[in-house]
Each structure stands twice: as structure tokens, then as C-alpha cells.
Design a binder for this molecule. Structure first.
Ligand code: B12
Length: 222
């Protein structure tokens, strides 16, 4: 039986606001065990919306920084706990030949969006690797040369990091021609979603902010 994601979000928020990790995680585990919600629906409509409710540019910060850390830690546990369910679903789709690498730029500590995207790619049959938040450019380049992905995904949350994104993309394109490798660059995240005309300025190969859009990119790569 499928569950209304709005209902699950309401229940999840009650427990998240009271910092009740145990209740948050049992709620999600139960929904996944009962197969009452899909991973994309859970991530996009419960976990990401839950985090967006914590604080936003439109809303005054109502919680302390330490509470924000505890709440985002609870969401990270929910994401990690979902991994076996992702593999179960992935196995019915098959693990294809496409490879993807996901990372955040140096000093970018917001990693939850990047982790979600890595799981979405896994669900779509990619061999997907999350390198990490706060990844220095040279580390990212090393990872790309060694792993030789079809898709390089960069998650940007802080507006500040948009300033270095264009240079990073140029550097990655130089690496691509020097090493004769063939990857496409996909960008996403809060700063990209919320900054007008940034996509035109940085000109990545792709931009996405949902599972459905990733599906289209996968078809395009095949
Ligand atoms: C959780 C959180 C934190 C946590 C992060 C924990 C962690 N390990 O990730 C902590 C507490 C560490 C933190 C720190 C800070 N944060 Co903070 N944080 C948030 C919060 C509440 C949620 C962010 C989040 O994880 N969302 C959930 C994800 C899943 O959503 P998403 O990123 O939008 O991702 C979706 C899509 O964009 C897409 N996507 C994401 N990445 C990618 C990548 C690709 C390739 C693709 C295709 C798609 C894609 O997929 C996701 C699913 O739909 C937001 C508030 C908000 N309204 O967003 C503030 C927010 C992002 N933080 C903010 C700020 C300012 C900070 C701090 C500077 C100060 C502070 N408040 O403590 C520091 C900066 C640290 C740093 N240097 O990076 C601002 C950012 C403003 C800006 N854009 O510049 C926000 C918006 C809060 C606000 N004041 O308005 N933060």
C-alpha cells in the first residue's frame, strides 16, 4: 500500500523538530519495509522538504545551529539506512555500464543533496561513487582520471561557490581533452536552483534537480 508523502512528511517533521532520531528512523524504516513509498518520493518529498523546512532565506532562522546539525545528522542516517533498499530495487533494473562520480567543491559542506543524487544514479543502474563534500579540485581531477566516469556531477549549495564553478568546469574540460576521456558535466543543488541565469553563465552539459530529470539524462547518455 502506498503512503501519502505529505502525511509521512508531517509525521517526520514532528519527530525531527523534537530531535527524536529513534522515531524518525523507525518511521522511515517502516515505510521502506512496507514498500509504501519509493526512494525518489521519500528523498524528494519527505527528507529534502523536511530539511528545507528547517531554515530558508525567506524564513527567519528559528532553531540554533547545533539543532540544525542534529537534524541534518538524522537525515544523513535516513539516507544511509536506505542503501540496502536502493540495492534491492537496483538489482531488478540491473547494473549498467554507465559510471558517475559525485562531489562538492572545496569548503562546501552541504552534502545531503549530493548523497541523494548518488543514490538516484545507483537506482538508475549507474555505477555511482560519492567522493565527498569539501573535495579539493586536484582530488576531484585525480578521481575522474582514475575512475573514468561517463558523468561528473557537482553539487553546489552555497552561492559563494558559484564563483569558482565556472573555472572548475573549464579545468575539467581541459583535463578531458588532455587525457582523451569522455565525460559529461552535470550540475545541481540549492545555489543553482535558486540563482537566475546561472546555468547559462556556467554552461554545464546538463542541469537537473530531480530523479525524473536524471532519468532523461541517462537515456541521453545511452
Ligand atoms: C542541512 C543544512 C546545513 C548542514 C549541512 C549538513 C550536511 N552534512 O550536508 C550544516 C549545519 C552543516 C550547514 C552549514 C551551513 N549552512 Co546550511 N543549510 C542546511 C539546510 C537546512 C538544508 C540543506 C539540505 O541538505 N537540503 C536537502 C537537499 C537534499 O536539498 P538540495 O540541496 O536542495 O538538493 C536537491 C536538489 O537541489 C538536487 N541536487 C542537490 N545537489 C545536486 C547535484 C546534482 C549534480 C544534481 C543533478 C542535483 C542536485 O537534488 C536534491 C533533491 O531534490 C539549508 C536550508 C534550505 N532551505 O535548504 C541550509 C542552507 C543551505 N545553509 C546555508 C548556510 C548559509 C550555511 C552556513 C554558511 C552557515 C550556517 N547556517 O551554519 C554553513 C556553511 C557550511 C559550508 N561551508 O558549506 C544557507 C545557504 C545560502 C546560500 N545558498 O548561500 C541555507 C539555504 C540556509 C539559509 N540561511 O537560507 N547547513
Amino acid at each position: 500500500m502506498s503512503i501519502n508523502s505529505e502525511f509521512l512528511l508531517g509525521e517526520f517533521m514532528k519527530h525531527l523538530e523534537s530531535l527524536n532520531k529513534e522515531k524518525c528512523i523507525s518511521l522511515i524504516k517502516e515505510a521502506l519495509d512496507n514498500k509504501s513509498i519509493s526512494i525518489p518520493n521519500l528523498y524528494e518529498n519527505v527528507l529534502a522538504k523536511g530539511l528545507a523546512n528547517i531554515s530558508s532565506n525567506e524564513k527567519e532562522q528559528e532553531i540554533t545551529v547545533w539543532e540544525e546539525h542534529v537534524q541534518s545528522g538524522i537525515v544523513r542516517t535516513a539516507i544511509e539506512m536506505s542503501y540496502p533498499y536502493i540495492l534491492e530495487k537496483r538489482d531488478s533494473i540491473g547494473n549498467g555500464d554507465l559510471k558517475a562520480i559525485v562531489f562538492c567543491q572545496e569548503e562546501e559542506y552541504h552534502e545531503l543533496g549530493a548523497r541523494m543524487i548518488t543514490d538516484f544514479l545507483t537506482l538508475l543502474g549507474f555505477n555511482a561513487v560519492f567522493v565527498g563534500a569539501n573535495t579539493p579540485k586536484l582530488e576531484a581531477i585525480d578521481a575522474i582520471i582514475d575512475f573514468n566516469p561517463d558523468l561528473v556531477c557537482i553539487s553546489v549549495t552555497n552561492y559563494f561557490h558559484l564563483m569558482t564553478l565556472k573555472d572548475l568546469i573549464n579545468d575539467l574540460r581541459n583535463v578531458k581533452s588532455r587525457h582523451n576521456i569522455k565525460f559529461k558535466i552535470l550540475v545541481g543543488g540549492y545555489a543553482i536552483d535558486n540563482t537566475p541565469s546561472v546555468k547559462e553563465k556556467i554552461s554545464p552539459d546538463y542541469y537537473a534537480n530531480s530523479f525524473e530529470e536524471l532519468k532523461k539524462i541517462r537515456s541521453d547518455l545511452l
